[in-house]
Ligand binder design. Structure first.
Ligand SMILES: [Zn+2]
Length: 81
């Protein structure tokens, strides 16, 4: 379990076995998983560049601001009602 997962578990609790709509715990974990999936996509955009071509950063990456962990956690908490 990484630090973020620990923080989510501490704040919302263990991930539920099944996703349930409207459940804040499920939503928090889903947001996190979406973010992880997005990170994997970004990683691929770096690693899957053929050697002899010029690397061009995806537009979303050049525009994206890297959030700090606390900013990101605050963003996650917006889903909490
Ligand atoms: Zn749930």
């Amino acid at each position: 379990m990484n630090l973020v997962e620990e923080a989510i578990t501490a704040h919302w609790g263990e991930k539920c076995d099944d996703y349930e709509q409207g459940c804040p715990v499920c939503d928090a974990w889903r947001e996190y998983e979406n973010l992880v999936a997005y990170g994997e996509t970004l990683k691929k955009s770096f690693t899957e560049v053929p050697k002899d071509t010029q690397f061009v950063a995806p537009i979303s990456l050049t525009k994206a601001q890297k959030p700090t962990l606390s900013e990101w956690m605050a963003w996650l908490k917006q889903g909490e009602k």
